[in-house]
Design a protein around this ligand. Sequence first.
Ligand code: AHR
Length: 313
Amino acid sequence: LATTVAIAFAGYANAADLTVGFSQIGSESGWRAAETSVSKIEAEKRGINLKIADAQQKQENQIKAIRGFVAQGVDAIFIAPVVATGWDTVLTEAKEAKIPVILLDRTIETASDDLYLTAVTSDTVHEGKVAGEWLVKTVAGKDCKVVELQGTVGSSPAINRKKGFEEGIASASNIKITRSQTGDFTRSKGKEVMEGFLKAENGGKDICALYAHNDDMAVGAIQAIKEAGLKPGKDILVVSVDAVPDIFKAMSEGEANATVELTPNMAGPAFDALKAFKDDGKAPPKWIQTESKLYTQADDPKKVYEEKKGLGY
Ligand code: AHR
């Protein structure tokens, strides 16, 4: 099957002549902004003409943009799918136009995997599991009520980071998730939802830890914890995902405890896979997995903050 797909999509001009349309979700988080910047940098390095369409968090805008890219006859389409379902029709249209699609940072549920060439993503279940296991180790048997800030409803990282975290804490009967709600991956909603959690949990005194599906929601929640008169990182442990500069700033100030890194460079491996595909016509692996690394207070967060800020995206 993979070979059939490869033959259908093969036969490009040189990589430097490629035009790639990228349907980006929007700018909901610091991580997302970094991914957009890195994609431009990686395209420029390779002389690829990258057209980015910002969907402002809406699947309907993504579908419109993809149809636009098909009409323009781009050489490939990259999609960061805001939610996991509802892509089969538009991906079939791209396939019929012989335009390969590469998924970036999020996965989809589809009737047929041959609707896309490859997906460049992390193992988002693993990210949640790493965060959960960190908490198990950190609380070391003490009773711990956790509040959870979920990402965008229906998105693959929200579904998988929840599942992974639950797996990570499954062996610890002392740890219980008492509240779990979406903060849509944004700082402002993270703060707003955390304010509700704090009110509902004895002004926050009953909360032992916050698990946020991304750093931006954690940063918003940290603000809410401070405004409630508690110390984030101490009274309430904070663990999240992304490893953006702002969470290292919070960690260096003792206001956050751990984060799992998600590289913003999804486009680089995607461009390389596309080029290799163009050169030899062979399909890349269906999943190009990026690394996930846990950072804690032991990793000199101040230094990491300076390094990450220095990257300029
Ligand atoms: O899909 C990746 C997630 O999307 C990031 O963890 C989050 O910050 C972003 O909004």
